[in-house]
Ligand binder design. Structure first.
Ligand SMILES: Cc1ncc(COP(=O)(O)O)c(C=O)c1O
Length: 408
């Protein structure tokens, strides 16, 4: 089907403010259904979880619904869905839990393409255990993460391989299934950061080969909450640090404190929003999610091609990386301008883009770009339009003209 962009945009109240958002990678705008769901919970009698009284049952239902929604989104079991405040917090929980079982001589493999949230928790857990950290390198020109190196990086003592399913800096989609296969050949666990990839297409835990997959709802039209999913049997084998009286059930024992019930209702509504992106889709929610996200992906890819072609036609613009498979995310610099100056100039014209390293710390450090300000990031989401891409390119020309740099 042709992606109905007008219908899609109408689902986002914040878009009426008139900003042009190329900052989905930093957090998307919130879908109306999410706002309504959050508000509904806050307007309704809700107690802490208890089967004994109706408001307590409501919060139990809200949590169960959020687990089911995330499970549908990722192809997981609801009992395998750990909910939490952020991908970073959840990854730290897992790293501390796994790291407690590591010994000197054990090894963990992280990548320099990853967001620091899927690097530093593992590095620090390895340091605490006296384990060794091994680094997967990306190709400096293409920005790809060559799979072949994992055969050398992974060995008998590898306990964990952490890798991204989509770079939040330059969009690279590594061959995670192939990397996972290598990791599994020695019995290592594979933790996949899906925070950047999940908003941009259908995701399936099993096909990825991920033992653990992490996602954040605020990158896919939802509230600022995150989830970490695995086979419930995987969670059952792990014992996180926890309060004595808190639930020891799986997955609850990985969740700290009283959850944000209202925002969890928003997580469910965000998944329902994604499942409705293709109004003609039929079947259960997982089938509609696949159809809706595939439609959104095709729309985003067309915009990405247009953006990349436009940037390539401007000699004063340097685009970093050219990965063959990628999310619709581009990092660039305008000659003669610091990334933050470009970001500010675009910001004054109502364009919202990130600048800096966006926590893709190792990527920019490796390229030697961090100290001079990283790059500017344009990230496309399904509510972006052809016209917005064209206006961004035109504004880049205007920005460059104003500063005496010829972008064209
Ligand atoms: C690829 C990636 N991983 C992890 C994170 C961290 O997510 P959170 O803010 O939920 O901790 C981000 C946030 O930008 C990200 O883009």
């Amino acid at each position: 089907m042709a992606f109905d962009i007008a219908r899609t945009r109408a689902a986002y109240p914040a878009l009426t403010e008139g900003f042009t958002h190329f900052d989905g990678a930093g957090g998307t705008q919130t879908a109306a259904g999410v706002i309504d769901a959050v508000t509904d919970v806050m307007r309704t009698a809700v107690g802490n979880r208890s089967a004994a009284f109706e408001p307590g049952r409501r919060s139990l239902e809200v949590v169960a619904a959020a687990r089911q929604a995330v499970a549908d989104l990722l192809g997981a079991e609801p009992d395998g869905v750990v909910l939490g405040p952020s991908a970073t917090a959840l990854t730290y929980t897992l790293a501390r839990t796994l790291g407690a079982g590591w010994r000197p001589g054990d090894e963990v493999v992280v990548s320099r393409l990853d967001h620091d949230a899927n690097v530093r928790p593992w590095v620090q857990a390895a340091e605490a255990a006296g384990a060794t950290v091994r680094w997967a390198e990306f190709d400096r020109h293409t920005g790809e993460l060559p799979t072949g190196q994992y055969a050398d990086l992974v060995g008998e003592r590898t306990r964990l391989v952490a890798v991204t399913a989509g770079s939040n800096a330059i969009g690279t989609v590594p061959d995670v299934p192939a990397i996972a296969k290598i990791a599994h050949s020695v019995g290592a666990l594979v933790c996949v950061d899906g925070v950047h990839s999940v908003p941009h297409g259908p995701t399936d835990l099993a096909s990825l080969g991920a033992d653990v997959l992490v996602t954040s709802a605020y990158k896919w039209s939802g509230p600022h909450l995150a989830a970490m999913v695995a086979d419930p049997a995987r969670w059952a084998a792990l014992r996180p640090a926890k309060l004595v009286p808190s639930s020891d059930a799986v997955p609850d024992r990985f969740e700290y404190g009283t959850p944000s019930f209202a925002l969890l209702a928003g997580v469910t509504a965000a998944v329902d929003h994604l499942a409705g992106l293709d109004p003609d889709a039929v079947g259960d929610r997982r089938a509609r999610l696949r159809a809706g996200l595939a439609a959104a992906q095709a729309h985003e890819e067309a915009l990405l091609d247009r953006l990349l072609a436009g940037l390539a036609a401007r000699p004063a613009i340097t685009v970093y990386g050219s990965p063959a498979r990628r999310c619709p995310t581009v990092s660039f610099r305008v000659a003669g301008m610091s990334p933050v100056a470009t970001q500010q100039a675009l910001g004054e014209a109502g364009f919202c883009l990130s600048s800096g390293d966006y926590y893709a710390y190792e990527y920019f450090q490796t390229l030697g770009l961090r100290d001079s300000g990283g790059a500017v990031r344009a990230s496309i989401y399904h509510y972006n339009t052809v016209d917005e891409v064209d206006r961004l390119l035109a504004e880049l020309d205007a920005v460059a003209d104003r500063t005496g740099t010829m972008a064209r």
